[in-house]
Design a protein around this ligand. Structure first.
Ligand SMILES: Nc1ncnc2c1ncn2[C@@H]1O[C@H](COP(=O)(O)OP(=O)(O)OP(=O)(O)O)[C@@H](O)[C@H]1O
Length: 311
């Protein structure tokens, strides 16, 4: 049996009401196990409860009910061991401006009780590409460098599980690639990775398995490939000689003009055939210069699962 890096059962969190508002039930009974050695994606719309879940794992938010096991340690019974098993790279970039990267890593290692002889400060600095900035004040570091330092800080105690909360939100392509190559390397060395991201394409490329959280509940959890296979949606893309008025197509078929001018028609293979769509295009007098097809991506899965649940 695969060892579970994380085992969560019946996890609930209710925040006390703020400014006259009633209590907020952010997690409504989450059951989730994350296999050791995997790269696991945690997705969901804003306010779904992802940060609450991560903060509970990190020991920063107290749960209202349920059980959390990290690397086999129950958070309530073995709080120290479960905390030592996990490292979290947070979203926010605020850090003490007077620390140098080396200083920040040393302090963090101290907080986790890593003895001096076991610290890997230079190795971590090299991995995150900050060796040449090791002794520069944090306030002189760029946003990208600070983010890399946050990754480094999450690694000082060599955790079994690394959690990345929106690690690539707003970062440039170069940094994104560096982060992902680091994450892949760490995963190859056996580290379990949990990440939240708004970039579905990224989750599709990086994650072995994905859970989608919505309104404090896990609404789906599956292997990434299986999740994509669940939808029988298909898109046909037409390059036409001249634009057409809206086609007469069944209601569930979505048509739009892409920014490159191509007509995109998305339909469900179990309901509509490609032939019907081609007929509608030619009935409208369309002259097709080129046609290609696209399979559904995670965004389609996501939209179809969370559609209609938001105000
Ligand atoms: N400290 C708090 N007090 C009261 N309500 C809170 C608190 N923190 C979060 N919430 C509420 O709990 C719900 C879940 O929030 P959470 O931040 O976990 O969602 P999220 O999925 O991480 O969203 P995002 O992607 O925007 O970070 C939201 O409705 C949020 O307003």
């Amino acid at each position: 049996m695969t060892q579970q890096a994380i085992e969560i059962t019946g996890l609930r969190k209710t925040y006390a009401g703020q400014k006259g508002a009633g209590p907020k039930e952010a997690l409504k009974g989450i059951d989730l196990s994350i296999p050791a050695g995997s790269i696991f994606g945690l997705l969901g719309p804003n306010g779904a409860g992802k940060s609450t879940l991560i903060n509970i794992l990190a020991g920063l938010v107290t749960k209202t009910g349920g059980h959390v096991g990290i690397w086999g340690f129950d958070q309530d019974i073995n709080p120290r061991q479960s905390r030592a098993a996990i490292g979290v790279m947070p979203q926010e970039l605020n850090m003490d401006p007077f620390f140098t990267p080396r200083g920040a890593l040393e302090v963090q290692a101290g907080l986790y009780g890593v003895p001096k002889s076991q610290r890997r400060t230079d190795q971590i600095l090299e991995m995150i590409g900050l060796s040449d900035k090791a002794d520069a004040y944090a306030r002189t570091l760029s946003g990208g460098m600070r983010r890399r330092l946050l990754l480094g800080k999450a690694l000082v105690h060599a955790p079994h599980v690394l959690v990345l909360d929106e690690p690539t939100a707003g970062v440039d392509i170069e940094l994104r690639q560096m982060l992902w190559s680091n994450v892949r390397k760490l995963n190859e060395q056996g580290m379990t990775i949990i990440l939240t991201t708004h970039y579905l394409e990224e989750a599709e490329q990086m994650c072995d398995e994905i859970a989608i959280i919505d309104h404090g509940r896990v609404i789906i959890r599956d292997k990434t490939s299986a999740l994509l296979g669940r939808l029988d949606a298909k898109t046909l893309l037409f390059r036409l000689e001249t634009p057409l008025p809206e086609l007469a197509l069944p209601e569930q078929v979505r048509q739009e003009i892409r920014s490159d001018g191509r007509l995109s028609v998305t339909y469900r293979r179990s309901v509509t055939t490609a032939g019907e769509i081609l007929s509608a295009v030619s009935a409208a007098g369309g002259i097709v210069l080129d046609v290609t097809s696209e399979d559904p991506d995670l965004e389609d899965v996501f939209l179809s699962l969370t559609a209609g649940t938001h105000a």
